[in-house]
Each structure stands twice: as structure tokens, then as C-alpha cells.
Design a protein. Sequence first.
Length: 481
Amino acid sequence: MRLVDLLGDEVLGLRLVGEVPSDRLERSVTGCSQSELMDPSPYLVRGELVLTLGMGMNVRDVRTWDAYVERVVGAGASALGFGLGPVHAVIPEGLAVACSHYDLPLIELPPEFPLIKLSRHVWQELAAERYEIARRGWELADDCIHEATEGAPLTQLLRRLSDTVGGRVQLLDPAGFEIGAAGEAQQQPARTTRARLRLPGGEHQHFQLAVEARDETMLLQPLLGPALAVVAMQLSYTLTARSPMHSQSAGVFFQALLDPRSDTEHQRAAAVSTGFAVEAPWDAVTVRRPDEVSLATLRLLTWRLRVLLEREYARVRFYDEADRATLLMQGRRSDRPLGAVLAEVVDAETGLDVRHNRALMFDEIAVALQVCRRAPLQAGVAPAPVVDLLSLLGGLPRAGVGMLARRALEPLADAEPVLRETLEAYLETSGSTRAVCERLFIHRNTLSYRMRRIESLLGVDLEDGEVRAVLLLAFRLQAAA
């Protein structure tokens, strides 16, 4: 209910005394309070209509009226209603001057008009409005339920809430980080309603909806409360369901990128369809979770990173899996180190492993991601392992390559341990007799004897460079397995 509605009600017969800015009459009335105190401010609520008969206010000093109005305005009153009757036959001039000075609407009640009558009217109108708001709130919840059952993403529900309040809504995680938003900020912040509404459910993970509404007196809790339960359920499903969060086009691209059977042309076409420029530099982030960390924790951090990186890059795409997530970015907007950007939202205490690469070329991406995916888990933010031939060994499947390495060196398993030690030293020193003897503290003849036994057991010719390369690789793979 607005002041202009009260003044326009012919049955009430109220009259505005003097002139006030038109926007003051558009303000909503949140309640009605009757008081004959010279300082009613401790008992007033912002937006209330204050009613008085002016009892005990037979004063001529303008300063007294000025102080009275100043206190009423300071308490946030929407207007002052003054009843005429035995106490005051007309509006005191000092009161009218003070109200005009503070732009407080001064409403004259007809002679002998019971204040309780106007108070009841205001409260009845407010009750009707609250009922209407509650009805709209349940209708909004029904709409959200329908959209959620149709598979609408969480962002679509936020847009629905934003349209309802005519402002901006932000979904905040327990750390206060924005993980979703819709709507534009209001142009006149002083005329808006701001509130943080807690989403129902969860004993420890308290998500909130920050709302900035167009109306400074909009009742947000009854309007949005029922819909918040739907948002909470959709959020819970998003964070815990086995279904992926990534888009279909992003999924096709990442699967092509990580499939060793996929050809380069198919990978490039998938990258272009996802919105990337193939020849431009790429940055990458991989997030992995150990078994003891929940899927919800992984997805929440992935969500945070996506929102954060979308501020830093022109294009961000991600691929969601049960135990990891991968993000690829292009079009960096700042020169801040990527590790420092990630550290803003990554808490090492969660146990998640976050690795990052900078300035990759397209042909390097698949290799770089495979190396990150197979590197040892390390909680916190860290640069990805350097992509070179040695790092590729650590990126290969450990169980399979370990078996191949053991098979290549198996004939030495039952022989004297010194033979394995001798062969490894021989390979690492490129077959230098002197270097091997100095390293193992043995004579040249002893080395020759051992090398003949090794060749016999393995059935190889160690003069062959390819044989030496294969055996050295077997030692490295066993060490990495």
C-alpha cells in the first residue's frame, strides 16, 4: 500500500497539507502507529504511518516542531497523520513548516475522525497485500517446480526469481562466494530492498540468496520463501547427482581430446563448435579429488572456479567427471598469475588437487591433460608437471606399463641382485666401462663377466642402442609404477 492510495480513497477523506516531492507519495506504508509522545522514534518501524492528535503539543516555538519532525523522519516514518478535533482545530503552522522542510508528507484527518479507524484500515489493507504476496510466492514456487522437473538448470530458476523481484539475485555458497546470479543491479540503491535469505536444508553447508529488489518495502521472505525450497533441492541435485554439469558440446570436445583414437581434425572441429579459436593460446586447470573427498565438494569448487575464471577469460569451458573436472580457457583479460587467481577460491584443507597450465598450443593440450590426470595427488594449487618426454612416463597408466617393465626385466628377478644393479648402472652411464666400475667399485673383468651373464639371461645384445633404450625405459617405468 502506498501513500498515494490512501490519499486517493474518497471514503477516508484524507488531505495532504502542503507540497512534497512526488516520489515520497509513492513510498509504501509498512504499518500504522499511534503515539502522543514528543519522541515516538524508539517505538517506530521504518515505513510506518504515524498518527497523532497533537495532545500536549500546544507549542508556539517552531524549533520544538522542527525537533519533533526530525525525530519522526529519523525513525524512517513514511508520513505523519494529524487528527483535527478538540485539541487542534487546524494544523499547527510550525508543524506544517517543519514537515515541508524535511519533505515529510503531512496528512490531515477530518475533524473527529477516529485514529483507530484509519489504523484498522491500514492494517486490513496490509493484511490483504501480504496474503496476495504469499499467494504469488506459492505460484512462483509452482512455476519453479515445473521448470525443475523439466530439467531447467539452476541459473534458469535464478532468472525466474530475478524477474519476480525486478532486481538482482545471487546464489552464495557457505564461503560467501557467488556461484550463480541473475538480473541487473538497481540504478537507485537507496530505493531498493536488500536481504540475504538462507536456503533451507543442510546442517553445515549454509547457502544463501542475496536479493536486491526494486521496491524498498518489498516483503521478500513470504514472496521467495517457498521457491527457495525448490532452489535448494535443485542445488543439492546439481552438486550430488551422477549426471554431468557440463554442456553437451563441451562433453563432445573433451571426450575427443582425451580419446587416443580420435584424429586431430575431429578434435579441431569439436573445439571450434565449442567456441574456441584453435590457433590461439590455451590455459588449462584440472581439479581432482581423492576418495575421501565428496563429489559435492568437487562440484562446488568447480562451480566456483568456473564463475571466477569467466571474469578472467573471454571463453571458459569445463568437463565434469565423477572424480575430477577439467577447465579450458582462452582470451585472458589480465596479467595476474593463474595460480594467484585460483588461490582466491581454492582451500587446500578440502583435499582437492588443482593443477594449472599456461599458454599451451592445441597439439599440447591432450598430452598436458593426461600428465595432470595421472600425476600424484597433492592438495592445493600447483603448476602442472612440465610436459616433456620424461613427464610422459609418469603420465602413462601405471598398472599396465609396470607389468610390461617387469616382464622385460623378469629374467633378472631370480638372479643375483648385483646383476640388476650392474645393468642399471651400465645403462645410466651409456655403457662407459670406467664409469660403471667407479660407481660399483668393481674391476673391469668383473664387469665383463656380469655383462655376459646379463646378456645370456635376457637374450639380448647390449651393443644394440635400441635394446639399451628399451631396458632403460623399463627401469624408469618400474620406478614410476
